[in-house]
Ligand binder design. Sequence first.
Ligand SMILES: Nc1ncnc2c1ncn2[C@@H]1O[C@H](COP(=O)(O)OP(=O)(O)OP(=O)(O)O)[C@@H](O)[C@H]1O
Length: 567
Amino acid sequence: MSVLRTIVHSSRALVTTAKDAARFREIAQVFMTHGFGWVVAQLRLRRELQVEHEGEDLGRAAMTSPDTGKRLVKALTTLGPTWVKFGQILSTRPDVLPAAIIAELQTLQDDVEPVLFEDIDGQLQRHLGKDWRTKFESFSEAPLASASIGQVHEATLNDGTRVVLKIQRPDIRSKIESDVNILHTTAGYLEEAFEEAHIMDLRGMVRDFAKSLSQELDYRVEANNMERFRRNFADSEDVRVPEIYRELSTDSVLTMEFIEGKKFDVVIAEGEAPDELARRYFNVAYKMLFIDGFFHGDLHPGNVLLMDDGRLGLLDCGMVGRLAPSRKDKVVDIIHAVINEDLEQLTRTFYQLGIPTVPVDYAAFENDCVAIAEQYLIGVPLSQIEIGELFQRLVEGASRHSLRMPTDFTMMFKAIITTEGLAKAIAPDVDPIELARPFITQMVTERYSPERLKAQAIRDLVAFSGMARSIPNTVPMLFDDLQGGKLAFGVNDKTLELQHKAADFRVGRAIRAALSISLLVCGTVVIGVETLPIAFSGIPWLSVVFWSLALLFNATLVRHKGLLPRD
Ligand SMILES: Nc1ncnc2c1ncn2[C@@H]1O[C@H](COP(=O)(O)OP(=O)(O)OP(=O)(O)O)[C@@H](O)[C@H]1O
């Protein structure tokens, strides 16, 4: 099993191998040289790795300065593709790093040497066969582009079709695996040394990162993504996704249709774009996000081409995001709340989406989020609402209350920020919310469509009947546990503490629900008894007592402010 996959499936830091040790030392040295000696010192690794302290040390206090961000960018660029990509992922996490550093990380670019053609030739022989040249009428040995994982070459098939081949650098897989291994080990050390790293589940972040890199390293995944985009946009006149030539593609070589066009960053720099282009771009991005729930994870201007016929050519589909239907419902709630300036609903939905790392004080969280949302929404015309920035600030706000956003949502927010930024750069007057309206309407219609409601009702019924069947067994067990004192928890770990509190809360709720139902039933039976000839004048009062007790138990169910019931 590859190291990347091991990391994806393992929750413990791996002990680095002897081969990794030299690289580990090199990485620590690079960070020290760029002013991060204090981190290495805090991890108590200086002596172990035998690294020397060179130059100025920025110290922890400088964490919010742009200079720290610039130095971090230099260190990551020096360390190569894995670290550049991880930096790019961190740049989408305002809940993890201060805004000044995020702004610098957003400038991270690959800075790589092209691969020699003899190495490319070796890769093509290994993957397409020794006679690979016979499969092409012509093949351009000068690269069209050289990126961190692969190099792109132009070619012509024997039937005259223009194609490009994305060919992986020969040694990239093992280099990335070794670096991710080190990154994972370092994340474990950082979690032990810094509480923030622990709260943010840095190892979990590295695991997600390893998963997405292992997908980027397998070009068959990119081919699948492209084919899915092609299906989703089969009827669209707005977009063109390159066709894949499967017989000339493997996990390390991707052969696809050549898309002739001008990159969006050039279009923007030339300043010649009509509003219609921004509209097209929004239509494509909104359909991916809101209708398909399957979206391009990196729709920056370098990955979009403007074709001669006005269509948009989509490139680099290795990283994609997904939103399940239930998540899309939350997006509807958020946008609905934004349009209606309903700050309470906006806050509540963010809370429901977040993953708490410690028990959350909901009232304080709500105060903070409402204050943030007010700045962006109240009195601001719809066309001028900066929705991406609002989400970013809300994610930051949530993190101050130890609420982490799930990865699919941070990816979605990043996609919205990129879309908004790009479309505004093309046409500053375009109104993103107005353009989103038809998509939101369609999402709402789908959400309440008879088919969806019927499917949901069936799912609820199945879940409810399962629960009803288990009540006769679980309620007596819960009473036994309660009497035996097994429901008392004594946990120090903050994350576990929360989970246990939530479990405790659910168990308590189940018991109170069972008791109140029993009391209601008792009250009703007693009323029934009262109607018998041997009526006893105290019985109606007995019923009132039972019902009042039932009410009292239920009232306690809704008093848990800090742990609002989640869905
Ligand atoms: N189908 C295509 N048609 C025309 N040009 C293409 C096509 N695919 C890629 N290119 C060119 O190659 C460049 C790099 O391709 P791509 O963005 O897919 O690589 P990358 O994913 O950035 O590489 P890496 O994953 O190694 O960072 C593009 O910016 C574009 O100029």
